[in-house]
Design a protein around this ligand. Structure first.
Ligand SMILES: NC(=O)C1=CN([C@@H]2O[C@H](COP(=O)(O)OP(=O)(O)OC[C@H]3O[C@@H](n4cnc5c(N)ncnc54)[C@H](O)[C@@H]3O)[C@@H](O)[C@H]2O)C=CC1
Ligand SMILES: CC(=O)C(=O)O
Ligand SMILES: [Mg+2]
Length: 626
């Protein structure tokens, strides 16, 4: 008879069952009381990995210890912070109590977070149905699973966490990644979206909570590009966080230490890349929301060796180019006039510099594609960052911004100098385009927009591209009411069109990389190219630019409506495949080999893309014994 500790009052039925166990030591007795010595006996399970996490009987969620995670092939399938069951309950209760307040946080839709929770639960229960709902209602639900609501989700992720989705590679997993990738149950993975959480939308460093953005982007991969949801993998590389609030938050699920930096940081990302490409050699890895400091370096480090691209640098650039060309057409001018546009860019981070580089190259191509064309294109841009106008006088200038630093003499003639304010720059330059990728909500103040009224363009364009909604540089109402009814307006997050009165509508375009990255990923996959070339990205941007009709652009519509995202994605993917074939990069995909790909004409490429897009229909299921 076992000795019960004094404080435990065992029920008579429990004592009866314990007696049974003493008589039959091999038999495990299920008991509801977990404070007896029973709690220390192991429970035999016939499952491992996600099967355990998805089984409500055995799942302990974030409370699985590291030894158990290793024993049950769970390493990487949960955020790295191991919490006690009391902490789990505390986190749940705090989140429950916050629900009402959070639900009101939605910037444009007061029920946004509540909708996200409902959709997320459906996602956990039934993926086919989830994507069917998402695709059929993309206009209403893209702002829930993607920007802006995904921003609120990331900010509150530790509280919202219920079931894991995706993989976490943390600094603690160094040396383990090559084996832990096998904890992911799918033998085929087509798309990975990875973040290190260091710059989530315009919300800064959100650490492990940034995984929400990888999940949201992959939702669009499935909904827009028809990537099979069983072959997508959201990833979070947790190297710590420099967000002091999260470092002190007892609810936080990530590593509570400062970010790794320098060689140590690179070694973690290197190990991750090697591991995923070893297990899935044909996967495409999209880098998302890495702080600028690393975004460019990692892109240069990997782009010629792995199938990868950086969405914020390259996807945003393509979307902006398409919009900028649309803005030229909206003035009733041919696209070839683009090199005459004066463009003021606010923000010189990964997105801003990506756009500037691509815009300069596009202008240079139009001007003859030689060195002098490239050099002269530079003078069309004025770049303003947190310290004001960037000139060659800037101390410790960021090397990525250096090519866009204005010559001091040159801007001096315009009455401008190093560090001039955005309003001053706009007043003096009178630009055709004012483009914001600063993450500073309201940066296009009344003063800046008043200055934009002096633009020399017949149809000034304002791109307030920062996300989420509260970080937009201005609202469309502010832009139309201050600058005038005739402007072209685009924002990164969705806004409603503006009623200008007299039956006129001020059109609000959504200038977001969601119109490109799904097609770039799908096109790369189906071409079988082992890299994502500049030409493939350029082809994607040109396809998006050409998608809008002359009537559309004259009416101020420079981007498609989100309701046509599946169609535009198909076309972008086809353009990417075509370019990969032309550059001799296409190695084929499945039964379509390189030679056959080369024989396809434009229509056949589109058909090939269409035929390879997954649709949310229930398949017939058949049971087969292992
Ligand atoms: N619409 C879209 O498709 C995309 C939008 N974005 C948005 O762009 C924003 C910036 O992203 P990153 O470039 O990666 O961020 P980042 O943090 O690397 O860069 C921000 C830049 O803005 C500058 N800045 C800060 N305060 C400023 C001020 N008062 N005036 C002028 N410039 C100022 C900073 O100096 C820095 O150069 C984010 O809000 C992000 O959500 C990013 C990618 C795609
Ligand atoms: C849209 C996007 O990629 C961003 O705001 O970072
Ligand atoms: Mg991004």
């Amino acid at each position: 008879m076992p000795n019960f500790p004094n404080q435990i009052r065992a029920s008579s039925s429990l004592i009866r069952r314990l007696r049974q166990r003493v008589a039959n030591p091999g038999v495990l007795i299920q008991t509801r009381c977990f404070t007896t010595t029973e709690g220390h006996r192991p429970t035999i399970v016939h499952k491992r990995s996600l099967d355990i996490l998805h089984d409500p009987w055995f799942n302990k969620g974030t409370a699985f210890s590291m030894t158990e995670r290793d024993r049950l092939d769970l390493r990487g399938l949960l955020p790295p912070n191991v919490v006690s069951s009391d902490q789990q309950i505390e986190r749940f209760m705090v989140d429950l109590k916050r629900l009402e307040v959070q639900a009101r946080d939605g910037p444009s839709d007061p029920n946004a977070l509540a909708k996200w929770r409902i959709l997320n639960r459906l996602h956990d229960r039934n993926e086919t149905m989830y994507y069917k709902v998402l695709i059929a209602n993309i206009e209403e639900y893209a702002p829930i699973v993607y920007t802006p609501t995904v921003g609120i989700v990331c900010q509150n992720y530790s509280g919202l966490f219920r079931r894991p989705r995706g993989m976490y590679f943390s600094a603690e997993d160094r040396g383990e990644m090559m084996s832990m990738v096998y904890n992911w149950p799918a033998d085929q993975v087509d798309m990975i979206v990875v973040t290190d959480g260091s710059r989530i939308l315009g919300l800064g460093d959100l650490g492990v909570q940034g995984i929400g953005i990888s999940i949201g982007k992959l939702d669009l991969y499935v909904a827009a590009a028809g990537i099979n949801p069983q072959r997508v993998l959201p990833v979070m590389i947790d190297v710590g966080t420099n967000n002091e609030k999260l470092l002190k938050d007892p609810m936080y699920l990530g590593l509570q230490e400062h970010r790794l930096d320098g060689d140590e940081y690179v070694a973690v990302v290197d190990e991750f890349m090697e591991a995923v490409f070893t297990r899935w050699p044909h996967v495409i890895v999209q880098f998302e929301d890495f702080q600028s400091k690393w975004a460019f370096k990692l892109l240069q480090r990997y782009r010629n060796t792995y199938r990868m691209f950086n969405d914020d640098v390259q996807g945003t650039a393509g979307v902006a180019i398409a919009g900028l060309l649309g803005a030229v057409r909206a003035q009733g001018r041919p696209m070839i006039d683009f090199p005459k546009q004066k463009i003021v860019v606010a923000g010189a981070g990964s997105a801003g510099i990506g756009v500037l580089n691509a815009a300069r190259k596009t202008m240079a191509r139009m001007l003859g594609n030689n060195e002098s064309a490239f050099d002269s294109a530079r003078s069309q841009f004025w770049v303003v960052d947190a310290k004001g106008l960037i000139t060659e006088d800037r101390e410790d200038i960021d090397p990525d911004a250096l090519p866009f630093a204005r010559k001091v003499k040159e801007v001096g003639r315009q009455g401008l100098g190093e560090g001039a304010s955005l309003a001053e720059v706009v007043r003096q330059v009178k630009p055709d385009v004012l483009l914001g990728l600063s993450a500073v909500g309201g940066l296009f103040s009344k003063e800046v927009l008043e200055a934009m009224k002096c633009s020399t363009s017949t149809r000034p364009a304002i791109f307030a591209m920062s996300n989420p909604t509260k970080n937009a540089e201005c609202t469309p109402e502010e832009a139309f009411s201050i600058v005038g009814d005739n402007i072209i307006f685009a924002s990164g997050s969705p806004f409603n069109d503006v009623n200008l009165g007299n039956g006129h509508i001020g059109h609000c375009n959504q200038g977001n990389n969601m119109y490109l990255f799904p097609g770039v990923g799908l096109g790369t996959l189906l071409s079988g190219s082992s890299i994502v070339s500049d030409g493939m990205l350029q082809a994607a941007a040109e396809c998006l630019a050409a998608y809008m009709s002359e009537d559309d652009v004259i009416n101020g519509k420079i981007y498609p409506s989100i309701s046509s995202i599946r169609d535009i994605t198909k076309q972008v993917a086809a353009a990417v495949v075509k370019e990969a074939i032309e550059e001799d990069l296409a190695e084929g995909y499945r039964e379509m080999d390189a030679r056959e790909l080369k024989r396809l004409n434009k229509e056949e490429i589109e058909e090939y893309v269409q035929n390879n897009m997954w649709s949310p229909e229930y398949p017939t299921l058949v049971y087969k014994k292992e």
